[in-house]
Design a protein around this ligand. Structure first.
Ligand code: SF4
Ligand code: SF4
Ligand code: SF4
Length: 237
């Protein structure tokens, strides 16, 4: 059955349990990091970090406030990255769970920039050692065995939730109504287009410029996402 994450950012404490749990389940190595003036480490997603808790500090009502954003692939309902592929089998869209899974055949794609360029959320990264392009796979092996994704299982605050899509949409609406009592600008981001739905308490851009696909006309390379999708003959949503 079609699965969905619901991630309630009003509850996240940035403990980074999810980030570590992802590395543990995927057997990915830790990385040497450096102090770059933020608690966010590493600085960005990369070939060995599929889940990253982003930190931002914003001023609201003349008070400084931390915003935390545990980022991962959104498992798009209609994945633009899948349309961009030229190597059959490099990306598998599991019709049972909805997971978008990158395979070892991503290493055969002649233009690996295609993956990242086509993604409205700037998610895929090259693993330099294996030559594969990688990202979160929804822990599809765990889900098929009746378990929760590793990051969801670990989260101690109720931020990360996972289940059948209808149940998650219902939970998201309930939490949104509750959040709006305290944060009138709270919203659900891109809920119809993705299987990882974030509840934000303020403008998504305050968390990160690519949290919402709306901000993705930002120039990331030789083409904007809009230009790229126009080349593929897809509408820009
Ligand atoms: Fe990592 Fe699995 Fe969570 Fe994806 S679902 S971020 S692969 S732990
Ligand atoms: Fe593909 Fe990006 Fe959507 Fe993930 S978020 S399915 S990488 S287009
Ligand atoms: Fe936030 Fe939960 Fe991840 Fe901790 S485990 S950083 S509370 S989403």
């Amino acid at each position: 059955m079609d699965k969905t994450f619901f991630i309630d950012l009003t509850k996240c404490t940035a403990c980074r349990g999810c980030q570590v749990a992802c590395k543990q389940w995927k057997k990915l190595p830790g990385e040497e990091t450096e102090n770059w003036g933020s608690h966010q480490n590493p600085k960005d997603l990369n070939g060995n970090t599929l889940k990253l808790v982003r930190f931002s500090e914003v001023e609201e009502d003349e008070k400084m406030q931390w915003l935390f954003f545990p980022e991962q692939c959104r498992h798009c309902v209609e994945p633009p990255c899948l349309d961009a592929m030229t190597v059959p089998g490099a990306i598998v869209h599991d019709q049972e769970t909805g997971a978008v899974v990158y395979t070892e055949l991503t290493a055969k794609e002649p233009d690996k920039d295609l993956f990242r360029m086509s993604c409205p959320y700037d998610i895929p990264r090259l693993n330099e050692e294996t030559g594969r392009v990688v990202k979160c796979d929804m822990c599809n092996d765990r889900v098929k065995a009746g378990m929760l994704p590793s990051c969801v299982k670990t989260c101690p605050t109720g931020t990360m939730n996972f289940g059948d899509r209808e149940d998650m949409l219902e939970l998201a609406e309930e939490r949104l109504a509750k959040a709006q009592e305290k944060f009138p600008d709270a919203e659900l981001v891109d809920a119809d287009e993705v299987r990882v739905i974030y509840l934000v308490q303020t403008d998504p851009d305050s968390y990160f410029e690519m949290l919402s696909a709306d901000a993705s006309s930002i120039q990331k390379g030789p083409l904007t996402r809009k230009q790229f999708l126009a080349k593929l003959g897809r509408p820009f949503k």
